[in-house]
Ligand binder design. Structure first.
Ligand SMILES: Nc1ncnc2c1ncn2[C@@H]1O[C@H](COP(=O)(O)OP(=O)(O)O)[C@@H](O)[C@H]1O
Ligand SMILES: [Mg+2]
Length: 214
């Protein structure tokens, strides 16, 4: 499967979620390729730290911020892997546009805050572009960096309902220190020590929703 974690907005948790999805699948024994499609290259940096720490499972990672390079590499090298996770962002990101055309699933992290909700309209435009040239892109919007408040889920579901191209999955990831700390070491919160049961439960629910036990 090819999964893109994308949003035209920065700071929503694309890299954090992409790292966690890639490592979660590797922990399940899948051959995973993580592609950093963001100029900033933070996913690549995180995986470099992971490699320097000798952390297993090792994750294959490449940095292709340019859309045409990303496309060519995924077409040529992609079939060697069972799962490809692409971290792509930026309003004018050619990598994000290329990734949308190649992907089975787009995961859009957003926070339950106005600026993020407005940004959904922005990425919806890119989704429409991609859908004009291909069928079968599944688009999942999910809350990340949520504060533990009761109304967040309902508000987010209502915001996503404005976009028929998107499906809201009620698997919010809350703002949790272990999630940020783990990512800073190139790790998923699933493998982070000391174990944080709530983070693990939330991340596991998201992984199941994205891959639907594929
Ligand atoms: N669920 C979370 N809990 C705690 N911190 C988070 C969470 N998601 C993201 N962060 C933090 O928020 C910041 C932005 O996340 P990042 O994954 O880099 O976003 P993006 O790739 O969309 O720019 C980082 O400092 C990251 O550690
Ligand atoms: Mg990022």
């Amino acid at each position: 499967m090819i999964i893109t974690v994308g949003n035209t907005k920065g700071g929503v948790g694309k890299t954090t979620i992409a790292l966690n999805l890639a490592i979660a699948r590797a922990l399940q024994g899948r051959d995973v390729w993580l592609i950093d499609g963001d100029r900033q290259g933070t996913a690549q940096t995180a995986i470099t730290i992971r490699a320097e720490n000798g952390k297993q499972p090792a994750i294959s990672c490449a940095h292709y911020p340019d859309g045409s390079t990303l496309r060519a590499q995924v077409i040529q090298t992609g079939p060697k892997f069972q799962d490809i996770i692409i971290d792509a962002g930026g309003r004018d990101s050619t990598a994000l546009r290329a990734a949308l055309i190649l992907s089975d699933v787009l995961v859009i992290p957003f926070a339950p805050r106005s600026l993020d909700v407005w940004a959904l309209a922005d990425i919806d435009n890119l989704i429409q572009e991609a859908k004009a040239v291909r069928d079968g892109l599944r688009v999942i919007a999910m809350l990340n960096n949520a504060d533990p408040q009761g109304h967040d889920n309902d508000d987010a579901a209502a915001a996503v309902a404005d976009f028929p191209s998107m499906e809201y999955v009620a698997t919010p990831i809350r703002r949790r220190k272990p999630i940020a700390n783990a990512a800073g070491q190139g790790m998923s919160v699933l493998e982070y020590s000391p174990k944080d049961a709530k983070s693990i439960d939330e991340m596991t629910a998201l992984v199941n929703a994205v891959f639907m036990s594929n």
